[in-house]
Design a protein around this ligand. Sequence first.
Ligand code: AMP
Ligand code: MG
Length: 411
Amino acid sequence: MLSVKEAQEQINSHFKPVETTFVPLDQSAGRILTEALCASADQPAFDNSSVDGFAIRVQDILSASQNNPVSLRVVADIPAGSMAQISLAAGQAARIMTGAATPPGADAIVMMEDTDANQQVSGANAPANVNVFKSGLSGQNIRRRAADISIGQEILPAGVILRPQDIGMLAMLGVSRVAVRRKPKIVIVSGGNELLQPGAPLEPGKIYDSNSYTLAALAANSGCEARRLGVALDSYEAVHNLLAQAAEAQPDLIISSAGVSVGAFDYVRDVVESDGNIDFWKVNMRPGKPLAFGSFRDIPFFGLPGNPVSSFVSFLLFVQPALERLLGLESGQKKRLRVTLMDAIESDGRESYLRAIIKLENGKYLATLTGHQGSGNLYSLVQANALLIIPSGVKSCPPGSEVEAWSLENN
Ligand code: AMP
Ligand code: MG
């Protein structure tokens, strides 16, 4: 039997990043930037005012105070978006709004509130003269050109996942299209005579196909374009037809669940081997021991176990790292938390992933299992916010012992 780590390493060696594509900026949230982005202009691009007020010459207002204001002649009005046509001379001021370019000759801006023009109604013309009640320092309230960013500076390195603030930054720099990793295309198939689609009336002995929904959502959350293709009945032809249809969509990856163990009607291995190759592994883990990996018509193929919790855990352990490689992300090991068990845990010595609720109390995570750990009990996964990891070889953990856990916050 392979260890989890051995299986992961073998799988990962088959994946490399898919190509770059260009998307409009407003469709780039959450996408992975594939080219470092450098500023094509200084930011700010020009000296501008950080307040509504008056552009002045500091020399002129050195003596200004509340009781002894300095009167200046207002020679220009500079709303945001326009450039002053004049240069300030001694004794002159220009009314200026936040974000407007500072006029030549001015070396500081006094705030509206420090002048007698602070009661103006919206739309009022600039006054002919303004009294300034406070002296000022050179440069005050001026946002200097290139204070934030200089032209040519690297703003975002390749490989970052674009966040709202990154997207705003790109817009600020005038970028309208970004180079991002193409979303890997994933096709998901299910198999089993017992499976019905949600929405259809339930029939005796049947269940709804839940795996393809879980897996499609997991793939989409990982940044892929996921498509569910439906269910194959338990026959060689049906499985072959569905996989052939999956291959025709030319995805980057095919994921199937069920039909890979040793049941009398498990055809997936035979079908994949007829048109590709497959490694069938028993991985030393619980839940989810059987795992098939290979390729069908040259498309990488995962055969995950059928039980809903097993297919979920197998996805996190084996498919997710493969998707990260397709996306060109550092195949980062998931962050592990140390948690203290509230329950006793017995294990059969396989590396085990147990559903639990963890909560922070006095700086420590305390973990409680969410009901029975049968691999069909999806509800216990719904209730969980973490998977506890019991390492291989460990057979019992008493209450109070510490183990590692994955948070399910992002899954
Ligand atoms: P199998 O691997 O085909 O033996 O399936 C193992 C278990 O998983 C059986 O109880 C199946 O009914 C169940 N199962 C298989 N496929 C699905 C699916 N798509 N959704 C929910 N349960 C499934
Ligand atoms: Mg089956």
